[in-house]
Design a protein around this ligand. Structure first.
Ligand code: NAP
Length: 244
């Protein structure tokens, strides 16, 4: 890897992804952010001094088409796009409505697993020697949270295979699993301060995290000094995943 890396951050227009993109941009790396909303991305890219490519990472044809605009070589891939589709305003399935239950589970699987799998597979041949892939999981993979937690848990299994594939060329693949992180669009106004406090009280330091703290961890994992860390799930939640 040279000094200036080609970095792709999916979902880089807002929240954690934006903070990650800012961290790499500040370090002088060439950053490309992606997401579905062209306007959000364009404004974020201007602020960051980054490139942007708008596409739905859950849509195979859209990912394929986006390849023409994505970098020819990728040193660092941050699979950050995702979220809890149960918070998208869909009503909870009525008891016994198995079709609605299936839709809800598939929505979270698609939003978190399919997005990550498609983008990584599409860019697989472009990953440089020593490439770093960091994928955003969640404390929900350990603590539950229905189909969202199950989808994030699936990413942990997927990540092990990717780490195995990238290892021989000196590459790494890790999951960064945050607890509650403030100042993102994740909760979409669906939770109260009391709900957040209930979660953050489980952390040993009794607080939520900030996107910049997640970005610092990801930046470290993407660095040359972290090359022997691979196939891992790294928690960032003030210890909350060990609460009881
Ligand atoms: N905030 C938390 O407490 C928390 C905790 C644990 C894990 N996480 C995880 O952290 C990651 C980032 O979330 P965040 O908290 O920063 O929330 P966010 O602000 O909602 O960021 C999610 C980003 O992903 C993009 N995105 C979502 N689906 C996409 C798709 N199909 N194709 C392309 N882009 C897509 C969104 O942009 P568009 O809508 O424009 O596509 C958005 O920019 C997610 O994977 C989330 O599950 C968050």
């Amino acid at each position: 890897m040279g000094d200036s890396r080609e970095v792709v951050v999916t979902g880089g227009g807002t929240g954690i992804g934006y903070a990650v993109a800012a961290q790499f941009a500040k370090a002088g790396d060439r950053v490309t952010i992606t997401g579905r909303r062209e306007q959000v991305l364009a404004e974020a890219a201007t602020r960051l001094g980054a490139r942007h490519v708008a596409f739905d990472a859950a849509d195979p044809a859209a990912v394929q088409a986006a390849l023409a605009d994505l970098p020819e070589r990728v040193d660092v891939l941050i699979n950050n796009a995702g979220g809890n589709t149960d918070r998208d305003g869909r009503p909870a399935p009525e008891p016994g409505d198995l079709a609605a239950l299936a839709d809800g589970w598939l929505a979270n699987y698609t939003a978190n697993v399919i997005t990550t799998v498609l983008v990584t597979a599409a860019l697989r041949d472009r990953l440089a020697e020593g490439a770093r892939v960091v994928t955003i999981g969640s404390i929900a993979a350990k603590a539950g949270s229905g189909s969202y937690g199950a989808a994030k848990a699936a990413l942990e299994a997927w990540n092990v295979d990717l780490a195995r594939q990238l290892g021989p060329a000196g590459g790494s693949a890790n999951i960064v699993a945050p607890g509650v992180i403030r100042d993102t669009e994740f909760f979409k106004g669906t939770v109260t301060e009391e709900w957040i406090r209930g979660r953050t009280d489980a952390a040993f330091n009794r607080r939520a995290g900030q996107p910049e703290e997640v970005a610092d961890l990801i930046f470290f994992l993407a660095g040359t000094g972290a090359g022997h860390i691979t196939g891992q799930v790294v928690h960032i939640n003030g210890g909350a995943h060990q609460a009881r």
